[in-house]
Design a protein around this ligand. Sequence first.
Ligand code: G3H
Ligand code: ZN
Length: 307
Amino acid sequence: MPLVTSKELLQRAVQDHFAVGAFNANCMEQVQAIVEAAQEERAPVILQVSQGAIRYAGLAYAASLVKIAASLVDVPVVLHLDHGTDYEQNVRCLHAGFTSLMFDGSKLPFEENVAITKKICDIAHIVGIPVEAELGRVAQSDEHLTKEQVEALMTDPDQAAEFIRLTGADSLAVACGSVHAMRSQEAELDIARIKAVYEKTRIPLVLHGSSGVRESSIEEAIQYGIAKINVATYLNEAFTEGIKEGLAKHPDSVDPRHALSVARERVKERVREKIRLFKSAGRISSSGGFVDAPRQFRSAHLGGAEE
Ligand code: G3H
Ligand code: ZN
């Protein structure tokens, strides 16, 4: 089906206590792995493109690959900009047909973050596209912060309420204990904070840096407002290991497809595992709508409903 926006999916997820997996893709094999796993699991899915992926593949390739993948399946697929760096990048993605945007102003002073987020929301909302914002900051593992330093960056619930009131953002990335690009699942989330941010904002919350978070913490967070969960490192690790495995199996081959098909399969297995953990498996019926509701997603610009 055509791409859908993240708006209804995330509202539905927060209401029914599941989370939509937002998987980062950098190349065709990763896009295929993610969409095929979602289709087989009957799960809605978000494919997200980072700044690095745009630099690597080019915006046109990234957008086209996801659009083609979506057209081949009958579960809802969203094309999302991950950690958009500025206003111009968001406008370029809007023009390229992204159905969900993000502005990451987490390193900016509050007022500046508000001003740019609002400007992006104002333009995106004209054509029915939702915007994710970030308040507080999810750190990177190579910053090597202490637990106390990570805590100091966490989202303040009252400030979050004010931020959403001023910007009109549709979803909010919360800093709540995770750290980007961790290779082991050790981080525990601050569930009380997630709960407080959700109670004050009443909008779907987004977990970044999920590759390093304990499964039990993720399961709990889904109960209290986390409706979109970003996964990148865990998939990249599987892809790279799959390439090595494929090369080892066919040491004399010069055909890259031998290694790339093993890599694609390894990513697919991990996407399937995460979809089940996030409780989004089995949510979509054979008609393409949620199992207990007719199909109705905003798929086109100008906010038109698909059906
Ligand atoms: O925006 C992308 C994510 O937050 C991914 O984080 O690489 O730790 O899974 P991760
Ligand atoms: Zn992130």
